[in-house]
Design a protein. Sequence first.
Length: 99
Amino acid sequence: MFKRDNLRFGMLLGFLAPVVGLFVYYLLAFMPRNVGFTEFIGYMRTYKSLLTAVSSLSLVANAILFTVYINTRRDKMAKGVFIATLIYGVAVLLLKLVG
């Protein structure tokens, strides 16, 4: 399953990797300060600079995936990760501008 070159699987990984990055950021930066996860989400809604920092650090996971798939010549997987990254980027931009 992991050796196949599949656009849908690449998009799935591209959507899941930033979520994992978000949880890792929370665990490293906010959990030691005894901040609950719902409070963390509230901080991101209130402080747009935090939203930018968290989203850019979360998307580093996608950059790693993209690089791995490009280097192993799995172009469809890389394309799926890239599409997911663009969707996340546009969503964060809209949240910053509208919210």
